[in-house]
Design a protein around this ligand. Structure first.
Ligand SMILES: [Zn+2]
Length: 178
């Protein structure tokens, strides 16, 4: 989970909501992922999806049987579905997501009568993940507040480069951390 938190920190450094994931097989990391939704302007660019793609490339197989996924925030329904399709053995998540969590918070994908059953466990290093999310949104709010000031606008004009988060409102997805 520490490695997943490292991925989350990398996402935050790039202005993305800090969510990270790793996939482990026999004690070895075979896939890493971080949230890249703003960067890629793609709703499917969640940390879990990137980790699945990397692990599948590494194993040269879409089947990730016997693999465990560690992710810093409870997976959404899309990712839980993708993880089930990939035949992941176990999902271990840190913080719960009461708005979109599909491992027990909103729905419990592990209980769906599908062709593959995945095990879900939550709460591992949950505090570290929550703190990272809260800090990220706090910084975002502070920056939003600063946008009103002339100095900030001048600064923005000088760099000639709009920052991704000026338009992104990722906090709307995770109000519990704001
Ligand atoms: Zn997801």
């Amino acid at each position: 989970m520490k490695l997943a938190l490292n991925q989350a920190a990398r996402a935050a450094a790039l202005g993305e909501t800090p969510i990270g994931a790793v996939i482990v097989l026999d004690g070895q990391v075979i896939g890493r992922g971080r949230n890249r939704r703003e960067q890629r302007t793609d709703a499917t660019e969640h940390a879990e999806m990137m980790a699945i793609r990397q692990a599948s490339r590494k194993l040269r197989s879409w089947r990730l049987s016997g693999c465990d996924l560690y992710v810093t925030l409870e997976p959404c329904l899309m990712c839980a579905g993708a993880l089930i399709n990939a035949r992941i053995r176990r999902i271990v998540f840190a913080a719960s997501d009461p708005k979109a969590g599909a491992c027990g918070s909103v729905v419990a994908a592990q209980d769906f009568p599908l062709m593959h059953q995945v095990r879900c466990e939550g709460g591992l290093m949950a505090e570290a993940s929550s703190v990272m999310l809260r800090r990220f949104f706090q910084a975002l709010r502070e920056r939003d507040k600063g946008r009103g000031s002339r100095g900030h606008r001048r600064d923005e004009a000088r760099t000639g480069r709009k920052q991704i988060l000026m338009h992104a409102r990722p906090e709307a997805d995770h109000p519990e951390y704001t």
